[in-house]
Design a binder for this molecule. Sequence first.
Ligand SMILES: [Zn+2]
Length: 80
Amino acid sequence: MSLTCERCKNPGEPPSLAKVAFMGPQKARILAGICSSCWKEWEGMEVKVINEYRLNFMDPQHREVLKKACADFLGLEPAE
Ligand SMILES: [Zn+2]
């Protein structure tokens, strides 16, 4: 399935399902509107964000921080 990426506006393929760790609407948005190369850029950024804020995936509040950083980076509307 190909898409037109909301971030880079290029046609592309969505990232693979297994790589998108977010749940709910944000995951759906990413799979429907973000190409795999933009997702790869986010994966590089994600490592930096995790290190910078010392995020812990076990902490729901930390997961929210990461989710928001991801939405900002990819230019998604804030998820409900
Ligand atoms: Zn893209």
